[in-house]
Ligand binder design. Structure first.
Ligand code: AMP
Length: 422
């Protein structure tokens, strides 16, 4: 136990973290260009926030939350998603008093007691955006465009964007009624989960992956058939805008998504060929959520993408991540007397902005040169008693295979200049 991480969590080592940093760099660039500001909220919140903000009948709240009681007897929960916290922060910090809409993004770990498998973890990371304060279908089109633009910049191919409209509470009530009528005599054939959903949230039966449920819901009334004129128009505009922007999509009238709070536009992006966990991002409009959490009647829309799955998909599609830039300088020494001057030079090089390293295990010169190779440094400096006496160091250009002696007091400037001229 002591040396094993908890199930469903990951250690990301330096090579992998580099990939994450690249992904985050692209993400932050896209956010800047689309006008989103970063928000950082607590990793845990009052449990009630998620019960209200994600929904009591969702898998997340029913089975997947990491909930604990703190020493002050409060029920707290590690955040399973980012939207509820963003909404809470929007209300608590009175962001609605600023010019609207409010456009936020977050990146960070989320926690769900899921069944771990490839692409599904108990601690995973999401990048998500939220727009509060506008019901304009152009915002729906913008957030979808941004998501697809981001995937495009990462080089991802073969993605499928599914969109749907689940309507407003009025449409959903109508849909619930006709759906329950349709499924009324089929309930006993549904899976256990869906039998429970029949009363609580029958719409979710439509996207159940169970074969029996899929068979029994064939021909069931769709959300699209129950849209009121306003919701119908909203959805038509979203599709028009996406057409104008050249974004390809499939209308999937079974897409209802797991969370209770969605209204109108719902969407999900699937990557082909990454196995069962093919959803790499998704979101939707949630016009009732802010009120439900205790704020005003402010519309909202957002999405989240899974970072592990994005990286997994990039790896599976053979996308190259940028290489780590080569290291600048390695210093090798001969003899005890070089130890002090070496440390001083090393620190000067680092302060001058160069990546510099030395040996700390008392290796022989040969072993130091071998160790230097691991760093793939552009220059190796060699300092020995003889050179020190003459006030010089040997500078070896590793790629060119040439070397020269440089005065010790000029070596930092010389190296810095050679990097500037590169
Ligand atoms: P959701 O918040 O459920 O809509 O999920 C949004 C995205 O987060 C999904 O498309 C996945 O890419 C990712 N995701 C959700 N749950 C997990 C998980 N347990 N492990 C890894 N990624 C996940």
């Amino acid at each position: 136990m002591l040396t094993t991480k908890p199930r469903g969590t990951n250690d990301f080592l330096a090579d992998t973290v580099r990939k994450w940093q690249y992904l985050e760099e692209v993400i932050r660039k896209v956010c800047r260009e689309y006008g989103y500001g970063e928000i950082r909220t607590p990793i845990f919140e009052h449990t009630e926030l998620f019960q209200r903000g994600v929904g009591d009948t969702t898998d997340i709240v029913e089975k997947e939350m990491y909930t604990f009681t703190d020493r002050g007897d409060r029920s707290l929960t590690l955040r399973p998603e980012g939207t509820a916290s963003a909404v809470r922060a929007f209300i608590e910090n009175k962001l609605s008093t600023q010019a609207q809409p409010t456009k936020l993004y977050y990146i960070g770990p989320m926690f769900r007691y899921d069944r771990p498998q490839a692409g599904r973890y108990r601690q995973f990371h999401q990048f998500g955006v939220e727009v509060f304060g506008s019901n304009d279908p152009a915002v729906d089109a913008e957030v979808i465009t941004m998501l697809m633009d981001l995937y495009g910049r990462l080089g991802l191919k073969d993605l499928e964007l599914h969109i749907n409209s689940v309507g407003c509470p009025k449409c959903r009530e109508e849909h619930r009624k006709v759906l329950q009528e349709f499924l009324g005599d089929k309930v006993s054939g549904l899976c256990k989960n869906c039998q429970g959903r029949f009363e609580r949230n029958p719409m979710r039966i439509l996207d159940c992956k169970n074969e029996a449920c899929q068979g029994l819901t064939k021909g069931a009334p769709t959300t699209g058939q129950c849209l009121c004129p306003e919701c119908d128009e909203h959805f038509a505009k979203v599709k028009d805008y996406l057409d104008l922007l050249g974004i390809e999509y499939k209308v999937n009238d079974r897409l209802v998504r797991g969370l209770d709070y969605y209204t109108n536009t719902a969407f999900e992006v699937m990557a082909r060929g990454i196995g069962a966990q093919s959803s790499i991002g998704g979101g939707g409009r949630y016009n009732g959520l802010i009120e439900q959490v205790g704020g005003g009647p402010v519309p909202g829309i957002g999405w989240a993408m899974g970072l592990e799955r994005a990286i997994l998909t990039m790896e599976q599609q053979g996308i190259k991540f940028p290489e780590e830039p080569p290291f600048d300088v390695f210093i090798a020494t001969i003899g005890e007397e070089a130890a002090g001057p070496e440390l001083v030079l090393l620190t000067k090089l680092r302060k001058a902005g160069l990546a510099a390293e030395k040996d700390y295990l008392g290796r022989s010169l040969k072993a130091q040169m071998k160790y230097a190779g691991k760093f793939n440094a552009k220059f190796t400096l060699i300092m020995g008693g003889d050179e020190l006496q003459r006030g010089v160091v040997v500078v070896r250009d590793m790629a060119a295979g040439t070397q020269e002696e440089v005065a010790l007091d000029r070596v930092v400037d010389t190296l810095v200049a050679s990097f500037i001229n590169r």
